[in-house]
Design a protein around this ligand. Structure first.
Ligand SMILES: [Zn+2]
Length: 355
């Protein structure tokens, strides 16, 4: 059984924390990020149980009660809704073993909640990522004479992965290939191999495994002269699902900002948001969504993610073409048309009942 090293900001970056407040929370940050990371890794491997052996090296969480209180506070909603179950044992001095279990049927709300929790606790890292990003982008600008073609293409496929952390890139008259690592605000990183040569995947020089991040892996096939045909494929299905939820959270944030100026849409979305967490969609509704999806030429996967039935519906959508199209979709528009359709149906039902 491996005890991971500390995941806190101070133990993982060369830059000191800006405020003393956040370093008072090092053990807490370590504990929460390790739990998020442990569950994400288990989901990547299609498991429904995670075991985390976690050492508190800052002497801030000193006993099992403090550890448990911290976990209860942050993951409360998941325990209340029975999405997650836990078991905590003392393991060694200042080291605890935490077992977490869930059902595959709950993967949707689990992933969405973990992304939000980890975004909150990952926040101190973002200034560090910003710095790395501007260094790498300056270097890229200089080396590529300002040509951002491939970066812009990847950006379209991967909204939310804002920070360029590492890259290798070769471009000639005949072909181009290489790899990139991008980071998000939630501790989810992605390693993208572009035009893999002889089937070899790009490997980041920094080993992120066992560190403070969850690493997704994808390949991108890209032809400069025909970028419309580019395809992004994930090595593991569940990596793609995690990415879709990250995208949803990122787009919802942008959508919310947008909607502050568009009151009518906001009201509609608000009602939808209020309902979606409570009501599980019925089978017929999933079919309706699929129908709308077909109309919008996007595919069930993307819409299902918006509607909060993502995981299972997504699993069902095995058609690669559909999935490819789904990665390029405008969620805001889709969510809105979905709401409108569901509201019209509800109204029709109400009217029918009145007759
Ligand atoms: Zn630490």
């Amino acid at each position: 059984m491996n005890v991971s090293s500390c995941f806190c900001y101070n133990c993982n970056t060369d830059y000191p924390t800006l405020t003393s407040l956040s370093s008072n929370n090092s053990d807490k940050q370590n504990l929460i990020l390790q739990i998020c990371n442990g569950i994400f890794k288990a989901i990547q491997n299609e498991k429904t149980m995670a075991e985390i052996v976690c050492s508190m090296s800052h002497r801030q969480l000193r006993n099992i009660n403090e550890v448990e209180a911290c976990i209860n506070e942050e993951f409360r909603q998941l325990f209340i809704n029975n999405v997650l179950r836990k078991e905590i044992n003392s393991f060694l001095i200042s080291t605890w073993r935490i077992r977490l279990k869930w059902s595959e049927f709950n993967n949707d709300s689990l992933i969405r909640n973990l992304l939000l929790i980890s975004k909150k606790w990952y926040d101190p890292f973002t200034s560090y990522l910003q710095k790395m990003n501007s260094q790498k982008r300056n270097k890229w600008f200089y080396e590529q004479n300002g040509d951002e073609g491939i970066l812009n293409n990847l950006k379209e496929h991967l909204p939310g992965f804002k920070y360029l952390i590492e890259y290798t890139w070769r471009q000639s008259y005949y072909n181009c290939y290489g790899g990139f690592v991008f980071a998000s605000d939630s501790g989810i990183f992605i390693e993208v191999t572009v035009n893999a040569r002889n089937g070899r995947r790009f490997q980041a020089s920094e080993n992120f495994e066992g560190k403070y991040v969850t690493l997704l892996r994808a390949t991108y096939n890209y032809d400069e002269d025909d970028s419309e045909k580019a395809t992004l494929e994930f090595i593991h299905d569940n990596d793609e699902i995690i990415m879709q939820f990250l995208k949803e959270i990122y787009n919802n944030n942008s959508l919310q900002r947008y909607n502050n100026n568009n009151r009518i849409e906001t009201n509609s979305l608000q009602r939808y948001d209020n309902n979606r967490n409570v009501a599980l969609l019925r089978d017929e509704q999933i079919e309706q969504i699929a129908e709308i999806a077909a109309g919008a030429v996007v595919g069930i996967a993307a819409v299902a993610a918006v509607a909060g039935v993502g995981y299972l519906a997504y699993k069902a959508a095995t058609n690669k073409t559909v999935r490819r199209t789904a990665t390029a979709i405008n969620y805001g528009y889709l969510a809105y048309s979905l709401i409108q359709k569901l509201e019209k149906e509800n109204e029709r039902e109400r009217n029918d009942n009145d007759d």
